[in-house]
Design a protein around this ligand. Structure first.
Ligand code: PA5
Length: 339
């Protein structure tokens, strides 16, 4: 049986189809934001309040925008807005389920502050709170198997919302990235299968820099949630100031290092990736280097996100586990008395 057949066998809730549908999700997200008819307005910056699979969209959008983000685009993960938040900030509350308590708390805090708010959700308490306060809601489709598979929606919502607070609009770039992903489909599947084979049986440590830093984080969380495996991520150049030392004491077969490279990275970051890969090689089970593919920042970013998502699914197939159920997270939420 091929790796893809094994994946289809364990993937009872069709996450593979959801990853392959990212191009459709991107186009649909742009349409949904457009339909929300958000009025332009002055703001000091945009704050995306969200957790987990809904939060990463904010960081990915900031990375795709890069220097075109002329005002801050921050992602807030937690119960409170930063103490320095003023009513001039645009607060975008994103929760796929609409029931994440941290995001609901930020929604309420932003309301109490008098900040402009937008909600992006399929429903739940977030939609109820937004409607009660006349806050615009960008409605998301409830048909996606899990919140983390709605990453393209959260990315496009954050990128589009940021334009209300001064960022350049990248909707045509997002549209082109959708076409690029469609054209890359077979190559991505093949590459992902190969990378998953190289990572098998090890704990991956994923490194990114600049555009690929939030991508590294996304790979890590997808490897945690889909195959239910430990994984870690770090950012260069910072990791060269601490983490490389830790490799000295690692068991040779325990960890793999994976580096996500991009043409837009600072030349010194690119040099650091080369040297860091060499430095850890002697203590790693394997070293994998991935160079992003695509013309624009958005194309390359989303290509790398899709690749990581697919790698996580192939790792789930290797272990024979259905990638979708997240029993540990659900039972934790129940113990906490959360929804
Ligand atoms: O991937 C997941 O399912 C989680 O990381 C969720 O995204 C996280 O718990 C937040 O949930 P929601 O996106 O519904 O707010």
């Amino acid at each position: 049986m091929s790796a893809l057949e094994r994946l289809r066998e364990v993937d009872a809730h069709h996450q593979l189809e959801a990853v392959l549908a990212i191009p459709d999700h991107l186009r649909d997200a742009l349409w949904r934001v457009e339909s929300a008819r958000l009025a332009p307005g002055e703001a000091r910056g945009t704050m995306v309040c969200a957790m987990g699979g809904s939060a990463i969209g904010g960081e990915l959008a900031a990375a795709a925008l890069g220097e075109r983000c002329t005002l801050p685009l921050l992602t807030v993960r937690g119960y409170e807005l930063p103490a320095w938040t003023t009513p001039e900030w645009l607060v975008v509350c994103c929760s796929y389920s609409g029931n994440t308590e941290e995001t609901l708390a930020c929604m309420e805090a932003a309301g109490a502050l008098g900040a402009r708010r937008i909600a992006a959700t399929t429903g739940g308490q977030l939609a109820d709170a937004a409607r009660a306060a006349d806050v615009p809601v960008i409605g998301l489709p409830a048909t996606i198997p899990v919140p983390r598979a709605a990453v393209a929606y959260m990315f496009a919502v954050a990128a589009e919302a940021a334009t209300l607070a001064g960022a350049s609009r990248i909707h045509t770039e997002i549209d082109a990235a959708a076409a690029h992903l469609e054209g890359s489909r077979e190559g991505l599947l093949e590459r992902a299968e190969g990378i998953a084979a190289e990572l098998e049986g090890t704990v991956p440590v994923i490194y990114g820099a600049d555009l690929t830093a939030p991508v590294a984080r996304r790979w890590k969380t997808q490897i945690n949630e889909n195959p239910k495996l430990p994984a870690f991520w770090a950012e260069l150049p910072e990791a060269d100031h601490n983490e490389i030392e830790g490799w000295e004491g690692s068991e040779r077969e325990a960890f793999s290092a994976l580096f996500i490279e991009d043409v837009d990275q600072h030349p010194r970051e690119r040099r650091r990736i080369e040297l860091t890969a060499e430095a850890v090689a002697g203590n790693a089970a394997g070293v994998v280097r991935v160079a992003t593919e695509g013309e624009t920042r958005t194309e390359r970013l989303l290509w790398a996100v899709a690749l990581g998502d697919l790698v996580s699914l192939f790792l789930a197939a290797q272990r024979g586990v259905d990638p979708t159920p997240i029993d540990a997270i659900e039972s934790f939420k129940r113990r906490l008395g959360s929804t």
